[in-house]
Design a protein around this ligand. Structure first.
Ligand code: IPE
Ligand code: IPE
Ligand code: MG
Length: 250
C-alpha cells in the first residue's frame, strides 16, 4: 500500500469505478503514428497499469468500455485489428490478472464477437473465476440501449408466461435483468480525452454516479491520474436528493 498517496482516504475508495477509455486514435495521431492501432496498443498498456493500480488501492469493481455496439461502424480494418488485439491481449494478460487476483468478467453481446475472441475470453474468465481482490469487467459489443431493450423483452416474456406479474416489476427486477446483475452500480464514472458524453454506456447504472471528465488521452492515463480522479471523488458530497445538512448530521 506504500504507493498510495496519503491524502487519499482508504476508507472511502469508490467500490465500483467505470471508465470510458477514449482518445487512442487522437493519441496515435499526436505522436505521429500513421495508424490509429498504435494508440489502441498503448491503450492496452494503460489498462494494465490502471487495473493493477485499482486493485492496489482497493477498488472492488472496475468496468471499462472496450468496444461499443456503435464501434462496428468504424472502418472494417480497424474493427478487425481491434478484435485481433483483444485476442492477443487476453492471451498475454492472464499472468497479470492472476498475480493481482483479478477476476475477468464481461458485459455486452459477446456472442456476436468473432469465435476466437469468445474462446479466449471464456478461457480467461474461467481461469480467473476464483480471484477475489477485484472484478475487471470488459464492456465488449456493449450498448446500454440494447441492454435495456433485452431486459424489457425478457421481463415481458416472464409476465406473458405468468412467471411474474407486471406489478412485480421494480428497480431491483430491472437491475437483475441487466448484464451487470451481480455488480453494484458505479460510484465513479471517468471519461478520458475531453469528450463530455456518455456514448451509450451504462445508462441505467450511472443514475447516481459521480462523473469525472479529463482531457488526458487514454494511452497517457496513468496511476496518478486515477488517484486525481479518486481525490476529486472524495471531495464531492453525494447527497442522493437529501440536503447537505442531512448528509453532514449522519
Ligand atoms: C477509444 O479510442 C477506443 C475505442 C473506442 C475502441 P478511440 O479509438 O475512440 O480514439 P479517438 O476518440 O478516435 O481519439
Ligand atoms: C466510446 O468511445 C466507446 C469506447 C470507449 C469503447 P467512442 O470514441 O466510440 O465514442 P464517440 O463515438 O466519440 O461518442
Ligand atoms: Mg473515441
Amino acid at each position: 500500500m506504500s504507493e498510495v498517496p496519503n491524502d487519499i482516504d482508504l476508507s472511502r475508495i469508490p467500490k465500483h469505478v467505470a471508465i470510458i477509455m477514449d482518445g487512442n486514435g487522437r493519441w496515435a495521431k499526436k505522436q505521429g503514428f500513421l495508424t490509429r492501432m498504435r494508440g489502441h496498443e498503448i491503450g492496452v498498456e494503460a489498462l494494465r497499469d490502471i487495473a493493477t493500480a485499482s486493485a492496489e488501492i482497493g477498488i472492488e469493481y472496475l468496468t471499462v468500455y472496450a468496444f461499443s455496439t456503435e464501434n462496428w461502424n468504424r472502418p472494417k480494418a480497424e474493427v478487425g485489428a481491434l478484435m485481433e488485439l483483444l485476442v492477443s491481449t487476453l492471451g498475454k494478460e492472464l499472468d497479470t490478472l492472476q498475480k493481482n487476483e483479478i477476476r475477468l468478467n464481461s458485459i455486452g453481446q459477446t456472442d456476436a464477437l468473432p469465435k476466437k475472441c469468445q474462446r479466449e475470453l471464456n478461457e480467461v474468465k474461467d481461469a480467473t473465476r476464483n480471484n477475489k481482490r477485484m472484478t475487471l469487467t470488459l464492456a465488449l459489443n456493449y450498448g446500454a440501449k440494447t441492454e435495456i431493450v433485452n431486459a424489457v423483452q425478457t421481463i415481458s416474456e416472464k409476465v406473458a408466461s405468468g412467471e411474474m406479474k407486471s406489478t412485480d416489476i421494480d428497480e431491483s427486477v430491472i437491475d437483475q435483468h441487466m448484464f451487470t446483475a451481480d455488480i453494484p452500480h458505479p460510484d465513479l464514472l471517468i471519461r478520458t480525452s475531453g469528450e463530455y458524453r456518455i456514448s451509450n454506456y451504462l445508462l441505467w447504472q450511472i443514475a447516481y454516479s459521480e462523473l469525472y471528465f479529463t482531457p488526458v488521452l487514454w494511452p497517457d492515463f496513468k496511476k496518478h491520474d486515477l488517484h486525481d480522479a479518486i481525490r476529486t471523488y472524495q471531495g464531492r458530497e453525494r447527497r442522493f436528493g437529501k440536503t447537505s445538512e442531512q448528509i453532514q448530521s449522519t
